[in-house]
Design a protein around this ligand. Structure first.
Ligand SMILES: Cc1cc2nc3c(=O)[nH]c(=O)nc-3n(C[C@H](O)[C@H](O)[C@H](O)COP(=O)(O)OP(=O)(O)OC[C@H]3O[C@@H](n4cnc5c(N)ncnc54)[C@H](O)[C@@H]3O)c2cc1C
Ligand code: FES
Length: 250
């Protein structure tokens, strides 16, 4: 695994891919990482620096990477204002990513949870099937894979939740079920995977992060037995069985 480093990445491009969602190219020669790992980007280097914000690696480039992010609050708002040529303090690659097992994978994503799927899909042994849910069709990310989509408002043709797509899919055809999205969606997916297939589930978790490298303990996620693991260094990817689904809340 590549050791993380702290560097100035140079913004190469910012593209709006759907309302409020940006793809940002970062020039960072020598940067490497594995699918599911993330970087922490500092929104401001001014007199009042902000905590860095974590983003999954969307794609590796020959001399850098791309991230895809939704503009939600102050940090992502400042990052969205960066222009090509601007520098952004970046730390990474961080965390432990997907365990890349053989066989065909089923990727289940909700909203921005699909941001890391292009990198993951391109690293698998067989092309995966992607099940993707979003609030509306304008927020469905394109993963470049075979993709079945569903939206809360029916604007992509089918109205409903991603668990409905999962219910129409035979988990027996897949070696691994990779899930990423908001916590209520992760819980609904876990609850709907039949018991005999739960050992195949890997989950990319999200938590509010401080340091991103294991020091502040701000990103704890409950695990069975009453303990906690750190999203930033033990994860963000865990097997479904490593998590205490009952105790885990936002
Ligand atoms: C490992 C990891 C990878 C991530 N990858 C991506 C990605 O690829 N693309 C992407 O769009 N987002 C990703 N996120 C979430 C992203 O980091 C947050 O949306 C971002 O930090 C918000 O910063 P802000 O200052 O704009 O928002 P804030 O002002 O801090 O908060 C605005 C709103 O966003 C919510 N929020 C903030 N941080 C998180 C978080 N970590 N998880 C869920 N909700 C949050 C807050 O509850 C609040 O409602 C990732 C988070 C983690 C932990
Ligand atoms: S974010 Fe600081 S320990 Fe995980």
């Amino acid at each position: 695994m590549t050791a993380p480093r702290d560097f100035n990445a140079v913004v190469t491009g910012v593209e709006i891919i759907c309302p409020g969602v940006l793809r940002m190219g970062l020039h960072a020669p020598g940067f490497s990482g594995t699918p599911g790992q993330f970087v922490e980007m500092e929104p401001s280097c001014g007199p009042f620096p902000m905590t860095r914000r974590p983003f999954t690696i969307n794609r590796l480039l020959p001399a850098g990477l791309e991230v895809v992010f939704e503009v939600l609050g102050r940090g992502t708002g400042l990052l969205a204002g960066l222009k090509p040529g601007d520098e952004v303090r970046t730390l990474g690659p961080l965390g432990k990513g997907w365990r890349l097992t053989s066989g065909r994978w089923l990727l289940v994503g909700g909203g921005m949870g699909a941001a890391g799927f292009p990198f993951l899909a391109g690293s698998l042994f067989e092309p995966p099937l992607v099940l993707l849910g979003a609030s509306t069709s304008k927020r469905l990310l394109h993963t470049g894979c075979d993709q079945l989509t569903i939206t809360d408002d029916g604007s992509s043709g089918v109205r409903g939740r991603v668990t409905e797509l999962l219910a129409r899919t035979d988990p027996g055809q897949f070696s691994t079920i990779a899930v990423c999205g908001p916590l209520p969606m992760l819980k609904a997916v876990w609850a709907s995977v039949p018991d005999q297939h739960r050992r195949k589930v890997q989950v990319s978790t999200e938590s509010r992060m401080g340091c991103g490298w294991g020091v502040c303990e701000g990103c704890s996620i409950p695990v069975p037995g009453g303990g906690y693991k750190k999203c930033c260094t033990d994860g963000p990817v865990f097997t479904g069985e490593e998590l205490d689904w009952e105790r885990w809340s936002e």
